[in-house]
Design a binder for this molecule. Sequence first.
Ligand code: FES
Ligand SMILES: [Fe+2]
Length: 347
Amino acid sequence: MTVIDKKTLIEDRVNQGLLGQWYPVAKSVEVKATKPYGAKLLGQKVVLWRDQTGAIRCIEDFCPHRGAPLSYGEVHEGNIGCRYHGVIVDGDGVVKRVPAMPECALEGRKALKSFEVTEANDAVFVYMPSVEQPTAPALVLPKELTSDDWTGFLCTSVWETNYRYALDNLADPMHGCYLHSESFTLAFGSKQDLMQLDKTDAGFRVSRVGQVGENFDWTEFEIHPGNMFCFLDIPYPQAAGPGGFMRIVGFTTPIDERTCKVFFWRLRQVSGLARESWRFLYRAQLEENHWNVLEQDRVMLEGMPDDARKREMLYQHDLGVSRVRQLLTKAAKSQIEAELALKVAAE
Ligand code: FES
Ligand SMILES: [Fe+2]
């Protein structure tokens, strides 16, 4: 293996998405006991459904008989039945029954990969194993998603762009006062500034030097052994009801090299009656504003060429963007090296 090959492998891994990570793939309500749900992450098609205990199972979306998508099939007593010729597979990827052929040798065979799944805060997370971490470490969530003091809404959207662009966008607070300048809450503050990058316990924070609390002024990224996420604040005027600023917690899932799915929780720290009034106001009025802002991001990123990186000219404000890229490359390098070492050991 030449040095160039290794560099390409690392770049490909960054583009496809890191392994050894928990990724959100769906809203909890989308995965049912009555109907399979097909999803794709890191180029891998998977099917999810709920078994008889209500637990979510996830296996490759590929029938062991001839490859039909199992997600076109049906849930049968907690297992999944292929629509094409009826083969039944369980949540571990083992063939349970071949109804068309008595005593078929396929029965009892572990034919498909299965994936670990967990549910948290209205979202379903799937673990993509790596050589370094074949079994899932605990999914680490921010306090806003685990404490009762906060309440919010999950919104998801599929963007026709590589997930790296979504991460770059989150690591770039300076776009707020330009791209979103006509929005309800992001029209404020100065259009000139410098950026600052600070290390935190679990990651880093990129912030505008000249202003805090006026616009989307900073983002913090947390990197944990099995997942990463970021959060940021959107200052809110009085008219937006109780709870102070709105906090956004964001996860980005690579679907394939050209598509990603973003998961944003929009949260406020409110309780009691104020909580109900914010939830009502959000549904009635604010949600639409937020969609409009998110659409501005989507349209901009989808318009950028896949290889913008080759021609871009970064400046001081892109400190956060550079940091995210470094982190991804470092993690991809370590994964590729572990895979190559395993290959050598096997030879
Ligand atoms: S392809 Fe699924 S049963 Fe034949
Ligand atoms: Fe934005």
